[in-house]
Write a protein that binds this ligand. Sequence first.
Ligand code: IPM
Ligand code: MN
Length: 354
Amino acid sequence: MNKKIAVLPGDGIGPEIIEEAVKVLKAIEKKFNHQFEYNYGLIGAAAIDDSGNPYPDATHELCLQSDAILFGAIGDPKYDNDPTAKIRPEQGLLKMRSSLGLYANIRPVKSYDALLDASPLKNDRIKDVDFVVIRELISGIYFGMPRGRNEDRTAAYDTCTYTKEEIIRITEKAFQFARNRKKKVTLLDKANVLETSRLWRETVTEYAKQFPDIELECNYIDSAAMEIITKPRKFDVILTENLFGDIISDEASVIAGSLGILPSASLGDTIGLFEPIHGSYPQAAGKNIANPMATILSAAMLLEYSFGMMSESRAIVEAVDRAMKENFVTEDINNGKYSTSEVGDKIVEFILAV
Ligand code: IPM
Ligand code: MN
């Protein structure tokens, strides 16, 4: 198959981890006889430095002309330390998600036997955990209007809005996932306090009536934040709004043993964007120490979700599993001894070996 991939390395460790994922995709091309075309674009602080715009039109055009997008990370400390900065790298990512209509963020979380000791949680708690967080990505408090400050800047406000339509389209995705998994959806909300959460609960409960074979559970986000580490095996598909999904998915990464191994997909009705859930880890930038596995696993999700290449995707996942088992890992896991590029090379070797 011939496919075009937009590659957006972004900031911090972005370029290094993306290089490893592209290396792995090239191995897949070779092994399975495909042709992928890689077209690079700017986003985030790198794009601000270049043109003042964190999501330039040229990058948007590139995404529209591609079959899928592979993205590294965004964020630069020079903006974090300046609360008055008008333009911030993160706006690039938010603008890309919103202008491409990527409303469904899929974040699988599972524990790996080889990494049980890498998690600070007890082994018997996290063994065999396997769930997926489906986070609404382009509405809620991240995008609601109005937002801003009062005149003398001593008060600030953000607005959380959701429409029924926005809730239904993400609920459909969650139920599709549940159908192919353990047939359970857990909605996380704050319906005891928030009106938007009550609309979510009402809409999702109504929707679920059409599918009696799928169990729907509604939980409060605060209590779920506790259960996700005390009883993580109870979850199968977690459905939630933008901000709650952001927070709960970082928390859930503790189960996997490292933030450096969790991939994600952001899907709309057309194109998909694939990226690690971690940030730009600026302290590690340029040192060849960051874990490339989350980005490599994101490339595996890209092959599966955007190109329907199941065996190709599985080949990557199996090679990453093997690298973990044989301890070819970076320092974030069990004090691993390998560099970013050495881990990438090992994964390529494992893919080509079978
Ligand atoms: C994420 C990130 C982003 C978010 C930031 C970088 C805007 O934390 O993808 O989870 O909050 O959505
Ligand atoms: Mn986040």
